[in-house]
Design a protein around this ligand. Structure first.
Ligand SMILES: C[S@@+](CC[C@H](N)C(=O)[O-])C[C@H]1O[C@@H](n2cnc3c(N)ncnc32)[C@H](O)[C@@H]1O
Length: 381
């Protein structure tokens, strides 16, 4: 799945980006992992390696209680492992569901929409209102797309009847549209309507490639259950999952609500309310208070992980520390900042999860803020 022809990127991509994806070993965009560049998402190859190390087998169930873009669920599916993915952000549920559906969905209608890409862009712009760079992020969506309104509208865009195919197509097009808006915000001066063409080409390329690799009998793919929910109160029975693999926010290092505000509002989400539920962003008003709340939240999450994990099962946490940011928030020297990996180990011990092992890996390109990430393996007694 990772080798073969180089990933086809839009012509305007930088030389560096092209070189990165042309070295097949580092092709992180295989399968449907390449759909939507969610900030802080896992390397799919690392997820695969970790699930192998954890000894997870086809038919077993892995939980990612903070799934983000759903990397664990997509990769588990490709390994025949069932998964449960939870995130507090409804945009994450939408993203993960679209990526999983894209493994097997019929792409015929996406092709016809690609032929009419100008209409697709106009349609979503009319529905969702001005783009964030025009409105400086203070946008109030004119007519947010909720999952319910998508169902009602499903036949409108392609005028080809309703049904599952149209719904799946519209979700993939919406994800591509949101991708183009985010992309245009990051690299100012680019026209999002033009970016959408390149993004749709890439989406079609990766989806067709993985579908050709998987073939027509996909009954062996792992089943994924995706939910919008809170990792501090998991909606699952005690001892119900075989393994847990996740990466929590690295305290307040990334503002997931501000990053995705256009996308969240496009789906009709109340962003102020979401911020109150978001680990790392909750609490305050001072950063010190946020950090204390983060510690309490992580304790609850690890207790929940300990509760839903089967006896002997592994819970693997991937985490790094932005010690510079935390030292400023706590007003202590950077060397005195407790690594978040150390915090996880301490809280896990209090939650009945034994520390087994830690793997450290260098983080390339972020040397000023974070030099290492840590993979912490914990086991339920
Ligand atoms: C580091 S990201 C995870 C990225 C993910 N591993 C991926 O591959 O895309 C952390 C995630 O935690 C989620 N999160 C924050 N607070 C949460 C909560 N209370 N319950 C569940 N998820 C939460 C955020 O929305 C964010 O998507």
């Amino acid at each position: 799945m990772c080798t073969g022809q180089p990933l086809r990127l839009p012509d305007h991509s930088s030389f560096r980006l092209k070189a990165f994806f042309e070295r097949n070993l580092f092709r992180t965009g295989y399968g449907t992992h390449g759909l939507f560049p969610y900030r802080g998402k896992f390397h799919p190859q690392m997820v695969k390696a970790l699930m192998n190390i954890m000894g997870l087998k086809p038919g077993q169930t892995v939980l990612d209680p903070m799934m983000g873009s759903g990397t664990v669920c997509v990769e588990a599916s490709l390994m025949g492992i069932n998964s449960i993915g939870i995130d507090i952000s409804p945009f994450c549920e939408f993203m993960a569901r679209t990526k999983l559906t894209a493994l097997t969905m019929d792409l015929t209608r996406v092709h016809s929409a690609r032929e009419n890409v100008g209409r697709v862009f106009e349609y979503f712009t009319r529905r969702l209102g001005p783009q964030p760079m025009e409105e400086k992020r203070k946008l109030a969506s004119r007519n947010p797309i909720t999952i319910q309104s998508l169902r009602e509208d499903e036949a409108l865009l392609l005028r080809t009847g309703g049904g599952r195919d149209t719904f799946d197509t519209q979700n993939l097009l919406l994800l591509a549209y949101l991708d183009s808006i985010g992309y245009a915000e990051r690299i100012r001066g680019k026209d999002p309507a033009k970016l959408l063409c390149g993004i749709l080409d890439r989406y079609l390329f990766v989806c067709e490639k993985i579908q050709a690799t998987l073939g027509s009998d996909c009954a062996w793919l792992g089943k994924a259950t995706l939910l919008t929910g809170d990792a501090r109160a998991l909606p699952m029975a005690e001892g119900s999952v075989d393994g847990i693999l996740f990466s929590p926010p690295y305290s307040f290092a990334v503002d997931y609500v501000a990053n995705d505000s256009f996308h969240l509002q496009a789906l009709g989400v109340d962003v102020a309310n979401l911020r109150e539920m978001m680990v790392g962003l909750r609490g305050g008003p001072r950063l010190r208070d946020k950090y204390d709340t983060y510690r309490q939240d992580m304790k609850r999450i690890l207790e929940e992980c300990g509760r839903v994990l089967k006896s002997g099962g592994l819970c693997t946490v991937v985490i790094g520390t932005n010690s510079n940011q935390i030292s400023r928030a706590l007003r202590i020297a950077e060397e005195k900042v407790q690594g978040l990996n150390e915090l996880i180990r301490q809280l896990a011990h209090e939650s009945g999860l034994d520390f087994i092992q830690q793997i450290d890996r260098p983080v390339l390109g972020l040397a000023n803020t974070m030099r290492e990430e840590h993979v912490v393996f914990l086991q339920k007694k």
